[in-house]
Design a protein around this ligand. Structure first.
Ligand code: SAM
Ligand code: ZN
Length: 290
């Protein structure tokens, strides 16, 4: 069997002038002389100060650590498995592909997808990119695998060459239809993985005085240049059997910040919790008018 061949990404672009970045060993450089060091952990920071809205944007180190603790329990592996199936069924027959995890966090999903690539009977070359605005998230992702290119950057101005990416996926993230257009190939695919209405409803019922439903974000769910070609759903139960696991889950979601004091104290004293996960996969194709 010939499995997919993972190659280094060669479509990084300077965030200042969008020119190609060349790998010079321990740094990247564009033709205008802008250079970006490759950190000792292997990632590159392509987020210039002018693209930052705060000093330390994105998830904090504590949130990243909670997410790693939770995801390493493989409670969400069914999500990664379905995502991988969709990705490899959507790639064209070409012999080179580039896949981007936009808002990759600490890298769990991209790493899972890469493991699947290494078991696929196919001789094509494939490169993997992970981008997140949070530096602690990218440092954690760099520890998962060195075979991906991990980049600190923003989805709204992704530092990759025009028309160089075959497929972008965004899991529970801050997608940018506009930003993604700048880098997707014509007929490139975009997969959004979002919570459905029942997602973690048991947790929400405990921490909020008024029970809530996950609302789909209609306003940012459409863009004239993309057509929705398929929607899939996934529902399964997870059983958390320690207080630490419950706290990890709470700490990696926005719920922690919105929870009321009473709800938080109930959670702090719980040792087990059974939860519904309800996930929607939206698959879009980018329609470039030529
Ligand atoms: C809910 S987390 C999901 C992380 C990961 N996809 C996962 O599911 O484990 C959202 C992530 O988006 C990142 N983020 C927020 N704004 C962003 C932006 N403009 N560009 C890229 N990433 C962003 C945060 O730092 C955080 O890691
Ligand atoms: Zn430059």
């Amino acid at each position: 069997m010939h499995v997919m061949n993972i190659i280094p990404a060669h479509n990084l672009a300077c965030p200042i002038d969008k020119l190609e970045l060349l790998n010079k060993g321990n740094y990247y450089q564009c033709a205008n002389g802008h250079s970006f060091d490759i950190a000792k952990q292997g990632y590159v920071n392509l987020l210039p100060v002018q693209h930052k809205k705060s000093k330390n944007p994105g998830d904090s180190k504590a949130m990243v650590q909670a997410r790693t603790n939770f995801l390493d329990g493989d409670f969400y592996k069914p999500i990664a498995d379905q995502l991988s199936k969709i990705i490899f069924s959507q790639l064209s027959d070409e012999n080179e592909h580039c896949v981007l995890d936009a808002g990759c966090g600490e890298g769990y999903y991209l790493h899972q997808v890469m493991n699947v690539a290494q078991a696929i009977d196919n001789t094509s070359n494939i490169s993997f990119l992970g981008i997140d605005i949070s530096k602690p998230a990218i440092i954690a992702a760099s520890k998962r695998t060195k075979q991906a290119s991990w980049v600190v950057g923003t989805n709204s101005q992704p530092p990759f060459l025009k028309q160089s990416v075959d497929l972008i996926f965004c899991v529970f993230g801050f997608h940018s239809f506009c930003g993604f257009k700048k880098i997707l190939k014509p007929e490139g695919k975009l997969i959004l993985v979002e919570p459905g209405e029942k997602h973690l409803q048991e947790l929400r019922n405990i921490i909020y005085a008024e029970p809530t439903t996950e609302k789909s974000k209609d306003k940012s769910d459409k863009d004239a240049d993309y057509s929705l070609i398929d929607t899939q759903t996934l529902e399964f139960e997870i059983q958390l059997n320690s207080n630490q696991k419950i706290l990890d889950l709470l700490s990696m979601t926005p719920h922690l910040f919105r929870a009321n004091t009473e709800g938080k104290s109930i959670i702090e004293n719980m040792d087990s919790l059974s939860l519904t996960t309800d996930i929607i996969f939206k698959i879009f194709e980018y329609k470039l008018e030529i």
